[in-house]
Ligand binder design. Structure first.
Ligand code: DGT
Ligand code: CA
Ligand code: CA
Ligand code: ZN
Length: 588
């Protein structure tokens, strides 16, 4: 076997753990796959490198990572010490498929990967594409023509999407770069443009703009930045580097008089740029990354705007569109008609309605989570631990959840009104759409969230019926992470989203925007449909540790990309107003 690269960074470790989970899922081992998946997520979400934790606190520090139990901590130790994991290699030998490639194909779960390998010898994306094109997959019992077409489409998607990065994993780095460049002598401003400024859920690369009186100094500092893997170009006004974890960063130094035009141009999107350039052309103006120009007599170009982005839009007769809206999805027309939405602001959330604690798979106590939320400026949280079907998370049954209520009462008494802790649940939706807790328990909760954690592969018809049945339960307030997608790892479940949105409207069920970085579920286009239909939304962190509350930012970003305003988001409202908008209180 080819020598493995040392698995030392958090992302390397997460990748190996995730693959172990997927191999186990192929072997139809129960529960364990999700435990590995959870551990992978936890490692990826760490603020410090696991290697550093281990160096400082040994195996004990690894066991303290949220969702990492003793045996997985041993695995991480082995990875850190030797760069490999024998268990992973054994599993891989039994099933020599390129999981990193195949798991990116939408609709292709571990069980299908296993069958395709066993029956057709498919090991990688290339094999898969060839087999699909030759009609071999359609011929397999249980697959058929339709799955084959879906797989081919998924292959196309996987080929194109392999090199994008989750916004929430990259934003901390973006801010670091902005701060680092901003501190270089001569730099007046350094800011990220591109998809990062538009807060797209994934970014292909990072585009930074700077104004500086000493471009050489900025460029030299940039290419010498810590974490640089390679320098692709080092020029006087434009440089490009690759930084860990493998993402490219472009830096352009622009003159002050062009800053607004350059910011607008490099923020994009490309389609938005094309649309506003046409508006400029209709007015007889020329817009490019240097400025907005009018043609004077003798063919001379006269700059009429350029240093300020807002001024450019004003000259075009448009209101300034927030970067999150710039996808040529109607914002250009709305800006011309002075009818842009007033988006929810980044500081507008009052509470968080999905929080896990150490009663299940979270790392911290109810009180510690409440204090962490308070320090982020929130006024209330709902404790929503998993229910018993998720046995590996020690999901709560009736007895334990009642016990938890007493603890919540005690915590509330100690918090003295600084923060309110609500009694909630993340109740499992069973295969038939019934719920994992009895109605009389649900009736006593402040916030009932429900979610799918199993049978991801049901047909669209069955999956949609299952989810809608759960939403029809009069005690159910919120559908958590509605599509269950995990970016680059798990395709969304097959739901008829229009039907789900209609059901939400009809039943008064809130749909969640789960802000956990690689979930960001709902995605922007569905949020927009909810906003248009008047379906209430929540933005929740899905925090499993005190450090996860800042993830709310990515949920807000997604909401803004979906044109949501403060009024669309139930937990942007003060406690009593939020409560009044939950189903139980609207209907009883
Ligand atoms: P990404 O990096 O794939 O996540 O997406 P962006 O939007 O950051 O795209 P990128 O990095 O290729 O380019 C940054 C911006 O530069 C883009 O949003 C708009 C602008 N831009 C790039 N190429 C073109 C082009 O050919 N025409 C126009 N009008 N704008 C462009
Ligand atoms: Ca970019
Ligand atoms: Ca770029
Ligand atoms: Zn969940």
């Amino acid at each position: 076997m080819a020598p493995r690269q040392a698995a030392r960074t958090n992302q390397d470790i997460a990748k190996v753990l995730r693959e172990v989970g997927e191999y186990l899922a192929m072997q139809q081992v129960p529960f364990k796959p999700r435990a590995y998946e959870k551990a992978a997520e936890a490692v990826e979400g760490l603020e410090t490198e696991a290697a550093q934790r281990y160096a400082e606190g040994g195996i004990k520090a690894l066991r303290e990572i949220p969702g990492v139990g003793a045996s997985i901590a041993d695995h991480i130790e082995e990875l850190l010490r030797t760069g490999r994991l024998a268990y992973h290699e054994t599993l891989k030998k039994e099933m020599p498929v390129r999981l990193d490639e195949l798991s990116r194909v939408e609709g292709l779960g571990p069980k299908s990967v296993e069958r395709l390998y066993r029956e057709l010898g498919i090991r990688n994306l290339k094999d898969l594409e060839a087999a699909a094109k030759a009609g071999k997959i359609a011929a397999l019992p249980g697959f058929g023509k339709k799955s084959e077409e879906k797989i081919l489409k998924g292959v196309g998607f996987a080929k194109g999407s392999g090199h994008r990065f989750v916004l929430g994993h990259i934003m901390p780095k973006v801010r670091e770069i902005e701060a680092m460049l901003g501190a270089v002598p001569g730099v007046e401003r350094a800011i990220a443009a591109g998809s990062a400024r538009r807060r797209k859920e994934t970014v292909g690369d990072i585009d930074i703009l700077a104004i500086s009186s000493d471009p050489h100094a900025v460029m030299d500092a940039f290419v010498a930045m810590p974490g640089t893997m390679s320098v692709i170009a080092h020029g006087a006004t434009k440089s490009s580097i690759k930084i860990r974890p493998g993402i490219n960063v472009d830096l352009r130094v622009v003159p002050r008089e062009s800053y607004g035009a350059a910011l607008d141009y490099f923020t994009g999107s490309k389609d938005h740029n094309v649309a506003i350039r046409q508006i400029a052309a209709k007015k007889g103006l020329k817009l490019n990354e240097y400025g907005l120009f009018r043609m004077a007599a003798g063919g001379k170009e006269v700059r009429i705007a350029g240093d300020d982005e807002r001024e450019i839009y004003a000259h075009l007769g448009m209101d300034w569109p927030e970067p999150e809206l710039r996808e040529d999805a109607g914002e250009v027309q709305a800006a011309l008609a002075h009818a842009l939405p007033k988006l929810i602001g980044y500081g507008d959330l009052a509470g968080d309605l999905q929080v896990q604690t150490d009663w299940t798979d979270g790392t911290a106590s109810i009180e510690a989570m409440a204090n962490a939320a308070a320090s982020q400026g929130l006024r209330y949280i709902a404790i929503t631990d998993h229910t018993k079907r998720l046995a590996m998370t020690h999901g709560l049954d009736e007895t334990r959840i009642r016990k938890q209520w007493r603890e919540i009462d005690a915590v509330n008494a100690r918090l003295g009104g600084r923060m309110t802790v609500l009694k909630g649940t993340e109740c499992d939706i069973l295969k038939d759409g019934s719920l994992d807790l009895p109605d009389d328990v649900l009736a006593r909760l402040d916030v009932v969230g429900v979610s799918v954690h199993s049978f991801f592969g049901l047909s669209r018809k069955d999956q949609t019926a299952r989810v809608i049945r759960a939403m029809e339960n009069p005690h159910v307030d919120i559908l958590f992470h509605p599509t269950c997608r995990i970016i680059d790892r798990r395709p969304p479940i097959d739901l008829d989203m229009d039907a789900v949105i209609m059901a939400a409207k009809r039943t008064g069920t809130v749909l969640e925007i789960d802000a956990y970085p690689d979930r960001t579920d709902l995605k922007d286009e569905y949020i927009r449909k909810c906003v248009d239909a008047g379906v209430p939304l929540s933005i929740d962190s899905d925090a499993h540790a005190p450090a996860h509350f800042p993830y709310l930012e990515y949920g807000i970003a997604q909401a803004r990309r979906g044109w949501a305003s403060k009024d669309d988001i139930v937990n942007a409202q003060p406690l009593e107003k939020m409560r009044a908008r939950l189903k139980k209180n609207r209907h009883s």
